[in-house]
Design a protein around this ligand. Structure first.
Ligand code: SF4
Ligand code: FES
Length: 251
């Protein structure tokens, strides 16, 4: 017989007038290789048909099943119950709009962030259908690919202390996205454009350095490395700007 697992699950349906946030308790028997997502499915099938949680891929790819598992933001489909104690507490990830129980709306925030950081290649060059034949250097292509691995799960924002201070903070996901275009030579934005976009409290200089994002990112993205890279670049641009202003003032 497997372990008896006790689940304490946050429940709240904001669309029902008299519904209040509360915790529901469930028990199930652990089976080999059981993950939290499958356990939730079992609970929904057998005990709580109205339990709300998100999933699409069940393989750590879509980012939908992010939730607080025993106080840590992570993916339910990638968390084995065998790595957890007998009692498992599940809450929705904070920072995003709660839709119900364990489900939050990350999509609106990610869309707004994409618009805020102008998440597209900026160029005046006309589209050239033959350009496909121009190979990008492999090392650079790999770097850009690495910056595309974010699955928009929202765990970094849920673990971010700065986001509590600056509600419009780009966050690790936003700064990583900026980095993606910053290193892409097809994006023709100038140093000044990047500086204005990112050198603010909402951007790279707002981060108070608690490193929660880097601790919890389920895709192990090099978030801190990217922060350091963008900070260094922006400090360099800022310094050059100051020197120019000083020079202008003297002469
Ligand atoms: Fe999730 Fe990591 Fe992307 Fe943040 S940076 S949204 S934690 S994959
Ligand atoms: Fe897609 Fe978990 S269901 S990441």
């Amino acid at each position: 017989m497997g372990r008896q697992l006790s689940f304490k699950i946050f429940r709240y349906n904001p669309t029902l007038k008299d519904n209040k946030p509360h915790i529901d308790f469930f028990q199930i028997e652990e089976t080999p290789r059981l993950n939290v997502f499958t356990a939730l499915f079992k609970i929904r099938e057998e005990q709580a048909p109205d339990l709300v949680f998100d999933f699409v891929c069940r393989a750590g790819v879509c980012g939908s099943c992010a939730m607080m598992i025993n106080g840590r933001p992570t993916l339910a489909c990638r968390t084995l119950t065998s790595d957890l104690p007998d009692t498992i507490e599940l809450f929705p990830i904070p920072f995003f709009k709660l839709l119900g129980d364990l489900s939050v709306d990350t999509g609106v925030w990610f869309r707004q962030m994409s618009e805020q950081v102008e998440s597209w290649i900026h160029t005046k060059e006309e589209f050239d259908p033959t350009a496909e034949e121009e190979r990008m250097d492999n090392a650079l292509a790999n770097k850009i690919y690495e910056t595309e691995r974010c699955i928009e799960c929202g765990c970094c924002m849920a673990g971010c202390a700065t986001a509590l201070i600056y509600p419009n903070f780009f966050g690790a996901a936003g700064l990583f996205r900026i980095g993606r275009f910053f290193i892409d030579p097809r994006d023709k934005r100038k140093n000044q454009d990047w500086f204005e976009l990112v050198s603010t409290d909402e951007g790279v200089f707002g981060c108070i350095g608690m490193m929660g994002c880097d601790d919890v990112c389920p895709k192990d993205l090099s978030l801190l490395e990217m922060f350091a890279y963008i900070r260094r670049k922006m400090s360099g641009i800022g310094l050059r700007k100051r020197q120019t202003v000083k020079k202008d003032a003297i002469f």
